[in-house]
Design a protein. Structure first.
Length: 247
């Protein structure tokens, strides 16, 4: 009887310590680009908003952000941001979240945007993570799990798709001809065959397109179209993550 009570006490004790140790997941954001990035974060439906929904990340700098252990959401990098000279409102050339401010405050990015998508498993079951080009591309990103158990592979879109972007998907800067983003074929043409909607709304009816194949060749581990799951979703248990812009 007594030893059973002791065992129970030990069990509860270790669960408490485990709980305290594992209440957050750390994401380290690093900017290796030759330009500043303004990170955006968006929590998924039903998960808590983060302390930081947008922040400035200068060239060569790293910033840590904690999320709850059971959290889901998205991260992205905004480029070419500044206060508009006329209106003084904060604007970004790519992936703007249209809040007139650095904080995205529950608003998602304007495509084209390279997305990091995360669903955390609470520390005991699988985290799911991917880099997605389903909403297009604006800058290279990698995601590396650290100290997790399981498969835990790195994933990325390391190539600069702005230089390989098909002409009909290119987005140029407002003030010059530099390509700052590459649209998804879905956003560019709004056709079910590219968007995997309507008659093409299932994995068996929506395959890669001539456009998504260009994305897949440049970035083999990133989502190139909506049903590209097989080669684009990664899992790891109880990891921290390093998210790098321009890896
Ligand atoms: C929220 O962010 C601020 C500034 O980075 C930091 O000092 C604070 O500890 C954070 N709070 C939580 C709960 O992460
Ligand atoms: C265009 O705008 C970007 C970002 O606002 C700026 O860095 C760049 O110098 C501008 N280019 C020209 C040609 O004005
Ligand atoms: C993709 O295929 C469509 C339809 O056949 C064609 O109009 C388009 O030019 C092709 N684009 C590329 C980049 O190959």
């Amino acid at each position: 009887m007594e030893s059973r009570a002791l065992l129970l006490l030990l069990l509860i004790g270790s669960m408490m310590i485990g709980g305290i140790k594992c209440t957050t997941t750390i994401f380290e954001f690093t900017n290796n680009c030759q330009y500043p990035v303004w990170v955006g974060t968006l929590s998924g439906a039903g998960t808590p908003a983060l302390n930081q929904t947008g922040f400035y990340l200068p060239e060569g700098k790293s910033v840590d952000l904690s999320t709850p252990r059971s959290w889901s959401g998205r991260f992205w990098g905004r480029t070419g941001c500044a206060a508009d000279p006329d209106t003084e409102k904060f604007r970004c050339e790519t992936a703007d979240c249209a809040t007139d401010a650095v904080a995205c405050d529950g608003h998602g990015p304007t495509p084209p945007v390279t997305l990091v998508e995360i669903t955390l498993g609470g520390g005991t079951s699988n985290d799911y993570y991917d880099v997605s080009l389903v909403d297009g591309f604006n800058l290279p990103i990698s995601v590396e799990p650290v100290d997790g158990t399981g498969d835990c592979k790195d994933t990325a879109c390391s190539a600069n798709l702005n230089t390989d972007c098909p002409d009909d998907l290119k987005v140029t800067a407002s003030n010059d001809t530099a390509v700052v983003g590459c649209k998804s074929a879905c956003d560019a043409f709004e056709e079910p065959i590219y968007c995997c909607t309507g008659d093409y709304g299932s994995p068996s009816t929506c395959g890669p397109s001539n456009y998504s194949q260009i994305f897949k060749e440049a970035c083999p581990s990133a989502y190139s179209y909506a049903y590209d799951d097989a080669s684009s979703v990664f899992t790891c248990v109880g990891a921290s993550y390093v998210v790098t812009f321009c890896p």
